[in-house]
Ligand binder design. Structure first.
Ligand SMILES: [Mn+2]
Length: 324
């Protein structure tokens, strides 16, 4: 279906119905939470019944967003819904903790190029830097005036998914949207302080410990760090955000990988400076993502998973030399 047709049918579905449930992907990030909040506020402004259903806590750096009126972690057994709107979720596996029992048709709004098109209605735009860009366009199409609260939520979505407008997914459109959001009375300094200058001390200590033990392979082109369950226990911190980005910022590194032992699995997050498409490796291991940021889960244990990653990226160092 053509992009505009998908958009129009989703706008129509929202206008003509009343009961909605928004579902950000599991372990929601700034884009998932910000997009969900902005859309919930817009649907509320249209007089709709809307809640956001998520089982996970909101990460510390985005917890300042005023989500309280919408967020629920349980649903009544006989919940009646017209549509479930999945946001920023590349496949149904990212919603699987919550899809049971829900019979309403799915609207899938996302920007991952690996999106499987699992919805009854799908609006997938891989040229959008964040799902927040698509939600911005949707709110406009719904003719809802953007409030400062919506603008704040969308700014958080876009700022976090673009690495503060640094990643290659940042476009002219991204800046035009951000510019319009800045004109709506948002507190930019306050938002940035919450997002980027707000690391709890125990998290800082965990980051430092893990980074100190980081390994480098492929002539320094691959940076690899591991967080074991016992490390998270020792530092009383389960948040592993931004560790992989710190590794990526090293001069020789083309690809940074963080391996985290979590929920009896090994979770792998990969970041690339752009020369290597990490989503290809993620797809090979049934994960997903973008050129610059992708991930997957592994049942192989830490050591075997590390060995596989080192083999996959063993030629990166030569590409780094080529760039210099
Ligand atoms: Mn996103």
């Amino acid at each position: 279906m053509k992009r505009t047709m998908m958009k129009n049918s989703i706008v129509e579905a929202i206008v003509q119905h009343h009961d909605f449930l928004i579902m950000p992907h599991m372990h929601p990030d700034g884009d998932a939470v910000g997009s969900s909040l902005a859309l919930a506020l817009a649907l509320e402004a249209l007089g709709k019944n809307v809640r956001v259903f998520s089982l996970d806590p909101i990460p510390y750096d985005i917890a300042f967003l005023k989500t309280q009126n919408f967020w629920v972690s349980t649903l009544e057994a006989d919940v009646a819904l017209d549509y479930v709107i999945a946001l920023d979720a590349s496949d149904e596996g990212r919603l699987m903790d919550r899809l049971d029992r829900l019979k309403a048709p799915l609207i899938n709004i996302d920007h991952h190029k690996t999106n499987t098109g699992y919805g009854a209605l799908n609006w997938v735009d891989e040229t959008a830097s964040a799902t927040g860009e698509i939600i911005f366009e949707l709110i406009k199409a719904l003719d809802v005036p953007l409030s400062a609260a919506m603008a704040t939520a969308l700014y958080v979505a876009i700022s976090t998914d673009t690495g503060s407008f640094m990643y290659a997914n940042t476009t002219k459109r991204t800046h035009l949207i951000a510019g319009e959001l800045l004109g709506l009375g948002i507190d930019l300094e306050g938002i940035n302080r919450h997002l980027y200058q707000n690391i709890p001390m125990n998290k800082f200590r965990l980051n430092a410990y893990v980074l100190e033990k980081a390994e480098f392979h492929a002539l320094g082109g691959l940076g690899l760090a591991v967080v074991q369950a016992e490390d998270m226990k020792r530092f009383n911190c389960t948040n592993t955000d931004n560790i992989v980005e710190a590794l990526r910022n090293i001069d020789s590194v083309e690809v940074a990988v963080l391996v985290v032992e979590r929920d009896g699995l090994v979770k792998v997050s990969m970041r690339s400076k752009g020369a290597v498409d990490v989503s290809e490796i993620a797809l090979k291991y049934k994960g997903g993502g973008h050129v610059n940021a992708a991930g997957f889960s592994s049942e192989l244990g830490i050591e075997e998973t590390k060995d596989r990653i080192i083999k996959e990226f063993s030629a990166i160092g030569f590409r780094t030399d080529h760039h210099q």
